[in-house]
Write a protein that binds this ligand. Structure first.
Ligand SMILES: Nc1nc2c(ncn2[C@@H]2O[C@H](COP(=O)(O)OP(=O)(O)OP(=O)(O)O)[C@@H](O)[C@H]2O)c(=O)[nH]1
Ligand SMILES: [Mg+2]
Length: 689
């Protein structure tokens, strides 16, 4: 356990799919002494890709946490998936981590998904370092990748290790080591998988280029330190210690991105990245206080410093279910958390027991008694809390901002064979839903089918496999289709009434609402009140709660509503017998009338596509995209390839990967990610009404 939060790093490894995150993680675990055997993604033997589905596919699906010691520092590391269908794993990891290692493939450079994860890290202000991997591949280009980091990601890359050679071992000038531009030494990596680092003099033929890069490094750093400028002006030597101090400061403030070169597969250049994690990425104590709202003080803003002396608060960012029960991963922001105590979940207004704390090591865990501010821990035994919930000291309540996840875009119907299977299916889906906030499942009483929804074809395919193979359920699985949404075409105002006698009691109430298109809220449906003091608070609360529930129940076609706002603008009640039930009925009546009057707009998911193809296939791609109702936003050249940026409805993109391979004889690549929801063509709407 960490003795002091200065001696802790919480970092994530993020990147485009296949850039080498899991391989880098595996090397780090080996060099730190955490594992004694080195695993390979291609053999399904890595620590963090421990799930059979991951081992079979050779990709990471769920983020995995490991803690390893390195140079007296405890590193909590999360290896995230690169595939866009699992982007929620990246989002929630970045929300709770203090620093990131972004991996690039020197052959492919900055790819579409590299850009997405970079922007996610920007959103959470996560300081990061970059590792340009796969320098051993033919066609690897370190300089071009650094330029792309500068241009495409609008970052300020600062090269700290320079590759020596490029390409596979049998090449005459194979990639074989790096020049450390801070210490001005050559580093070579020998013994098992490069575990032994040797630093010696830079060979003569490299001195000139190393000097050039070093000068550039010092120039860049001089923007951040007067002391360094002075030494440069006086033409005095700049001590490595000062360079490291300035790099650290500038990295912590997100002003620069230190860049390293290497090949994780061959074990070259990874230890300098580990040193940089320790040296340049923030400890929890370097982080600003976490901000939340004080529920006991009329929602006033409040902060908690990353100190054990403060009252406890933390955020649940992930739930993993297995045979031992749910494991809730919590980032502790302040105070101390002890096993056997009680905490408060302010969002749900529930007390929770914390029976056990576990430090999670990929697929195995160790029990601990307590953890302090800055740490990441697993709790077994929470009953009410879900991902995004705050946990805190009941006497000092604070509510932290939750984590938002994207809307699902694709659905698939599944039918259990019989009622025993139906019950089993419901339990399994319930567990999957707890673990994965981007997975939804809803049972339709009419059809007896269960509709599951997720982020993409791969996401649903993995779920389908789990149901059939891991849980051995007897279910029939239909083909995937897109997830539609509904919105409204115009603003309307309606009044709903309730005049009834029930059990001898007269229920009287009237609620006036405005229903309008609204595209600014973080939530799909926003419900607010704007009727001054016209209604007593308990009646108003009854009306707004009903409206929220009604809206969540879906629109006229039964699809979830989005981009709408409902405002309670007035109402009337019997002052002698104010009755919330009457108000609920009146609100529901107003909502139904409004929905009918406002007109249906059916929305379909639109994807952002980036296709990289050799130029000669450009025409075929453009013609094919036009048939798919796509809008091409840009085409431009990158290296020898042409890149097409486009937007197209997901409904037209099923099986696109194989169509794309056909169009280019397997030479093009494509990434797609959900971008927005747009109006579906009239014939699709007609099919539903
Ligand atoms: N030549 C070469 N191959 C590498 C290197 N690093 C990783 N690979 C290979 O690239 C493939 C992907 O590596 P992973 O480590 O699984 O990549 P990842 O970023 O974790 O992938 P996802 O988790 O699926 O996004 C595997 O076949 C690795 O063996 C490298 O430095 N050089
Ligand atoms: Mg991986």
């Amino acid at each position: 356990m960490a003795k002091n939060t200065r001696e802790l790093r919480n970092i994530g490894i993020i990147a485009h799919i296949d850039a080498g995150k899991t391989t880098v993680t595996e090397r780090m675990l080996f060099y730190s002494g955490y594992s004694h055997r080195i695993g390979e993604v291609d053999k399904g033997t890595t620590v963090t890709d421990y799930d059979p589905e991951e081992q079979e596919r050779g990709i990471t699906i769920q983020s995995a946490a490991v803690t390893f010691p390195y140079k007296n520092i405890d590193v909590n590391l999360i290896d995230t998936p690169g595939h866009v269908d699992f982007t929620a794993e990246v989002e929630r990891s970045l929300r709770v981590l203090d620093g990131g290692v972004v991996v690039f493939s020197a052959r492919e450079g900055v790819e579409a998904q590299s850009e997405t994860v970079w922007r996610q890290a920007d959103k959470y202000h996560v300081p990061r370092i970059a590792f340009i991997n796969k320098m051993d591949r033919e066609g690897a280009d370190f300089g071009a990748t650094v330029d792309e980091i500068r241009q495409r990601l609008e970052a300020r890359p600062l090269v700290l290790t320079l590759p020596i050679g490029v390409g596979p071992p049998h090449f005459p000038d194979a990639f074989r080591g790096v020049v450390d531009l801070v210490a001005m030494k050559r580093l070579t990596f020998s013994e098992e998988k490069g575990a032994l680092v040797t630093a010696d003099a830079i060979p003569n033929d490299l001195v000139e280029s190393a000097q050039k890069w070093r000068t550039h490094l010092l120039d860049e750093l001089s923007h951040f330190s007067d002391e360094l400028i002075q030494l440069l002006l006086d033409e005095r030597p700049v001590p490595a210690q000062l360079i490291r101090k300035v790099i650290r400061e500038a990295t912590l403030h997100d002003m620069i991105v230190p860049v390293f070169a290497g090949s994780a597969l061959d074990g070259i250049g990874v230890q300098p990245v580990m040193d940089a994690v320790v040296e340049y990425l923030p400890s929890p104590q370097d982080m600003p206080p976490v901000a939340g709202i004080d529920l006991s003080e009329k929602d006033a803003p409040i902060e908690r410093k990353p100190s054990a002396a403060e009252p406890f608060c933390g955020l649940v960012f992930k739930i993993q279910a297995d045979r031992h029960g749910d494991l809730h991963y919590v980032r502790v922001y302040s105070g101390e958390l002890r096993a056997g105590t009680r905490v408060y979940n302010p969002g749900k207004d529930k007390k929770e027991n914390v029976p056990q704390l576990w430090r999670v090591q990929a697929d195995h865990r160790e029990q601990v008694e307590s953890v302090s501010a800055g740490d990441i821990i697993g709790i077994v035994g929470l009953r009410h809390s879900v991902t995004g919930d705050t946990l805190c000291d009941a006497k000092h309540p604070i509510l932290l901002e939750s984590i938002t996840f994207p809307e699902t875009v694709i659905s698939m119907a599944i039918e259990p064979e019989n009622s025993t299977e139906r019950k089993k299916l419901a339990d399994v889906l319930d567990m999957m839903r707890r673990q994965d906030p981007t997975f939804h499942a809803a049972e339709s009483e009419e059809t007896g089918q269960t509709l599951i929804s997720g982020m993409g074809e791969l996401h649903l395919e993995v779920i389908k496999h789990r149901l059939l193979r891991e849980y051995r359920l007897n279910v029939r699985v239909h083909n995937p289709r897109v997830s539609y949404r509904e919105t409204i075409s115009q603003q309307v105002e309606t009044t709903g009434q309730c005049h009834r006698t029930m059990g001898g009691q007269t229920l009287c109430g009237e609620v006036a609402i405005r229903l309008e298109p609204f595209d600014a809220g973080a939530k799909p449906v926003t419900v607010v009140a704007a009727c001054g003091d016209a209604l007593p608070p308990e009646l108003l609360a009854a009306a707004t709660e009903t409206l929220q529930q009604q809206a969540e129940g879906g629109g006229l076609l039964g699809f979830p509503l989005m981009k709408v706002k409902i405002t309670v603008i007035g109402g009337g009640y019997d002052a002698a017998h104010p009755n919330p039930i009457a108000f609920r009925m009146a609100a529901s009546d107003a909502f139904n009338k409004a929905l009918r009057a406002a007109g249906i707009v059916l929305l379909e998911p639109i994807m952002r596509l980036e296709i990289t193809t050799p130029e000669e296939h450009l025409g075929d791609f453009v013609a094919d995209l036009q048939k798919r109702r796509a809008t091409i936003t840009r085409t431009h050249n990158r290296g020898r390839n042409t890149v097409i940026d486009a937007q197209a409805p997901l409904a037209e993109l099923f099986g696109y990967s194989s169509a794309m391979r056909g169009l280019s004889q397997g030479r093009a690549t494509c990434t797609m990610e959900p971008s927005s929801y747009g109006p579906a063509p009239p014939e699709v709407l007609e099919g539903f009404v």
